[in-house]
Structures are given as C-alpha cells and as structure tokens.
Design a binder for this molecule. Structure first.
Ligand code: COA
Length: 265
C-alpha cells in the first residue's frame, strides 16, 4: 500500500522507500496536467532532494491509473502572452530541473503521457511504462508546437523520422509502439509496474552515488557534444572518479571479495 505523503506541496506527494524517493504529481482529476504550481513545486522539491544524501534515486509518476501527465495545463494557455509563456518555460523549467538533477530519475509511466508529460519523461533518465500507457506530442492539434524539449530530446532519442511523424501528426501511440521505437526502456503489465520499477530503482540506488552522478553527466554529454569533445570530457569524469573514496572502496571490496560500502565521497 502506498505511503505517499503530502510534503507541504499542494500538487505533489513524496514517498521514501529506503534510498528511493517517489514523487507523484497529484492532480488525477486533471489527468495530472502541468500547471504553474506543479512546475514550481516540482522544481522546489527536486532542489530539496538534490542535497539529501538519503536519496539515491528518484522515481517520478502521476497519481491515479489514467495518466502519467496529460501535458501542460491547457487552461493556463488562454490569454497568455508570448513573453509570459517564455518566462514559464525558462524561469520555472521543471524539464531542466530533471535534466540537471545529479541523481538518476526514473519516469514510471502509468497512463497518458502526452505533450509536456512526454517531454518531462524524456527529461528523465530511464522510462518505464505500463502496458496501458500511451504517448504523444499532440500540441499540433492546439495550433502550437512542443516547447519543453520535445523537438530536441525526442529526436535525439528515437531519431528524426519517428520524432517528426509524432510531432507533425499529433498521433498517440501505445506502449508497445513506444518500446519498439526506443521511447521507453521497459513495458510491464499495469499491476506489475510499480514493483518492476522499484526493482530497477533499488538496483541503481545500491551503487556509488558519486559514480552514478558522474555516469549520468557523461552519458548526457553524448547527445550534446561532438564525439571528440564527448570522449575528452568522459576521460576527465572517469579520472575524477580516481579522486573519490568510493573508487578506493569499490576496488578494495572487489579485491577482498566483499560487497562495497559506499561513502558517496
Ligand atoms: N490541461 C488541462 N486540463 C486537462 C488536460 C490538460 N492537458 N488534460 C486533461 N485535462 C482535464 C480535462 O479538461 C478534464 O477536466 P474537467 O473534468 O474539469 O472537465 C479532466 O482533465 C479529465 O479529462 P477528460 O478529457 O475528461 O479525460 P479522458 O480520460 O476522457 O481523456 C485525455 C484524457 C488526456 C485523452 C484528454 O483529457 C486530452 O486529450 N487532454 C489534452 C491532452 C493534450 O493535448 N496535451 C498537450 C497539451 S500542450
């Protein structure tokens, strides 16, 4: 049974299970649509968890069994000027907050994953979906385009042809198709989604936090730099590991045939 608790945020719940923090957007009656409050609270909660050493991995999901997130809150679009919208996307970017979060983030996708919801999942590190989930960038149907990274992150993940078709058509695809094009890492029956996601989260949360952070930074470089620059920076980050207590512990533990006890330093 869920132990998710309100944590002083109107739109979010937080549950801690050992070293995994589960953040749930809690607006199921609005299909967890992203309004300004959710964006601000999400960024603030991530800021709290960033320096919380008891948290190794974040799982991000939506409340209820219908939606992960059905996109930006369309009600807020009415009457909004270009400059206002630009400010929402830049000064309160939940997408950037996830992208730059120094710990692994797993999107646990339990239903509609549309528009800004799909873009938020794309800003996470690993995407795990239930068989009942569906995906799309339907902004074109509103006479707009994706603005939370969809044209960039989706294209880098699934390739230009698939991304272009999804964005131009606004078509919704099912979880199986999302898996086939590489949009999600795994698809599980709905009743196993949480358990399977937690298995992955716990496995990762058992690694050195500092190595996880450096590994995430290095992998993200691949789609943001050319090969020479990426390889150079990978070597720097790899070498940085050799200044950590966790590298000493990992190597010593291997040689002593025991499990490492990470210090996160
Ligand atoms: N923004 C604001 N409200 C939204 C929303 C969104 N993106 N998505 C759903 N809601 C609201 C609906 O307006 C409705 O509110 P109401 O009960 O006050 O009328 C409630 O959530 C339930 O939505 P409903 O459409 O009745 O649920 P459904 O299960 O039949 O359909 C969707 C779910 C997601 C298919 C449908 O709501 C939808 O198409 N949403 C918009 C998706 C979209 O275009 N996202 C991109 C935005 S840029």
């Amino acid at each position: 049974m869920s132990q998710a608790q309100p944590v002083g945020y109107e739109t979010l719940l937080l549950e801690r299970r050992e070293r995994v923090a589960i953040i749930t957007i809690n607006r199921p009656d609005k299909r967890n649509a992203l309004n300004i409050k959710t964006r601000e609270e999400g960024a603030a909660l991530l800021e709290e968890l960033r320096t919380d050493d008891s948290v190794g991995v974040v799982v991000f999901t939506g409340a209820g069994d219908k939606a992960f997130i059905a996109g930006a809150d369309i009600g807020e679009f009415a009457g909004r000027t270009a400059m206002m919208q630009r400010d929402v996307m830049t000064s309160r970017s939940l997408f950037t907050a996830f992208d730059t979060f120094p710990k692994p983030v797993i999107a646990m996708i339990n239903g509609y994953c549309l528009g800004g919801g799909c873009e938020l999942a794309l800003a996470c590190d690993i995407r795990v979906a239930s068989e009942t989930a569906s995906f799309g960038q339907p902004e074109i149907n509103l006479g707009i385009i994706p603005g939370g990274g969809g044209t960039q992150r989706l294209t880098r993940l699934v390739g230009e042809g698939k991304a272009m078709e999804l964005i131009l058509s606004g078509d919704i695809i099912d979880a199986k198709t999302a898996y086939e094009i590489g949009l999600v890492n795994h698809v599980f029956p709905a009743d196993q989604l949480e358990a399977k996601t937690m298995e992955i989260a716990n496995r990762i949360a058992g690694k050195s936090p500092i190595a996880l952070s450096l590994a995430k930074e290095a992998v993200k470089l691949a789609s943001r730099s050319n090969l020479d620059e990426g390889l150079r920076r990978e070597v720097d980050l790899f070498a940085l590991c050799f200044s950590t207590a966790d590298k000493d512990e990992g190597v010593t533990a291997f040689l002593e045939k025991r499990k490492p006890v990470w210090k996160g330093k």
